[in-house]
Design a protein around this ligand. Structure first.
Ligand code: YSA
Length: 358
């Protein structure tokens, strides 16, 4: 029995030392220290031994049991500390963290703004979305009977007086007198900012004003009730249409990253004289004719013109001294052309399959 214990000791110590992983260590533990393990079998058979033998074999088997227990525990700790060292491998590539990204409309707006900024335009904060009839229509020389004032174009606010009290807190005394008793609406374009800016600034200046606008109209693939415009206004003593043509030609060439022809057509907006509709050479076919430009080779992109003398007067300027040009660009329409988006409603659909492409 004595020899057997020595033999178990040698064997178990060797196996523990050479053991490769936690699983085999557990097997060794069961093999020697388990209920039916080799050492327990010896302890159980003590009853068959003489008293003298019991006095030697009992403590020897028990002390080997304690010794193996300690060896197994130490080996286990060795494995565990090695494992935790391995899990802190600083050279391993990190996990990619999913973060949000900009909406395509924010991307296009930032791009437009960057181009104008690089051409020395100032970027002005968009002004109030709840606007008065005066700034949205009257001051822009839009006559009382103009179709744009009719219900199908404009969201009028019902609780005027309450809104007005809130709104006028931010106004100067002269502005407050102009809006007193005014009907309120959700602005239908960013052009009211022309007046608001002129009222408080002296020419010469060149500004762009991005902002959200609202129209009470049926939605379809190219019309939304809520969309974004970028208003541009340049006023000075010698501002003319040649300056305007150069600036927009340069702007569209930089935006679409290719040389694009620009075409100016006569049009009518009450707040400009002359009024112009601006076409750019089709960004898809380059002017040859395709489904995007309806075979014409041109894309209608925005309204523009030389600021009407009445608008300059409403801004506080003498039209005999100053001239200016202005235009209003629809951000969604530009983004649709740049990214080949077939339906304007996709921008506001919240569809992640669409949004995640940008
Ligand atoms: C014209 C002359 C100026 O001196 C200054 C500004 C302007 C633009 C004028 N204020 C205006 O709003 N003209 S517009 O009604 O033709 O709209 C301008 C652009 O907004 C359009 O060219 C189009 O790109 C976009 N737009 C108009 N209605 C839209 C729309 N985009 C999406 N949905 C709609 N419902």
């Amino acid at each position: 029995m004595n020899k057997k214990i020595d033999e178990i000791k040698n064997r178990a110590e060797g196996e523990i030392k050479n053991c490769a992983d936690l699983k085999s260590l557990e097997d060794i533990k069961i093999k020697y220290l388990g209920r039916k393990g080799e050492l327990n079998q010896i302890l159980r058979s003590l009853g068959d031994l003489s008293l003298e033998e019991k006095k030697v074999i009992g403590p020897k088997a028990q002390s080997l049991r304690n010794e193996l227990d300690v060896l197994i525990e130490n080996k286990k700790n060795e494995f565990l500390s090695k494992k935790s060292r391995n899990s802190l491998d600083v050279t391993r590539p990190g996990k990619k963290i999913k973060i949000g990204h900009l909406h395509p409309l924010t991307i296009i707006e930032n791009e437009i703004i960057d181009i104008f900024r690089s051409m020395s335009f100032s970027i002005i904060d968009g002004g109030p979305e709840v606007e008065t009839e005066y700034y949205n229509f009257d001051a822009l020389n839009i006559p009382k009977n103009h179709p744009a004032r009719e219900m199908h174009d404009t969201f009028w606010l019902q609780d005027n007086q309450k809104q007005l009290t809130h709104d006028t807190k931010q106004l100067t005394e002269s502005q407050r007198s102009k809006v007193k008793g005014q009907k309120l609406l959700l602005r239908t374009h960013t052009s009211p900012m022309q007046i608001r800016y002129m009222e408080t600034h002296k020419p010469p200046f060149q500004i762009v004003v991005p902002g959200r606008v609202f129209r009470y109209e049926a939605t379809d693939a190219s019309h939304e009730i809520n969309f974004n415009q970028i208003e541009c206004l340049m006023v000075g003593k010698d501002v003319n249409l040649t300056n305007f043509k150069y600036i927009i030609q340069e702007f569209f060439t930089r935006l679409f990253k290719k040389k694009l022809e620009v075409r100016l057509r006569p049009s009518y907006f009450p707040f400009v004289e002359p009024g112009l509709e601006i076409d750019i050479q089709c960004v898809k076919c380059g002017g040859k004719g395709c489904n995007i430009c309806k075979e014409s080779g041109w894309l209608e992109i925005m309204g523009a013109g030389m600021v009407h003398p009445n608008v300059l007067k409403a801004g506080g300027y003498d039209p005999r001294e100053y001239q200016g040009f202005a235009f209003g660009l629809g951000c969604e329409r530009v983004a649709m052309l740049k990214y080949n988006i077939p339906d304007i409603r996709m921008f506001y659909s919240g569809d992640l399959k669409f949004i995640n492409q940008f």
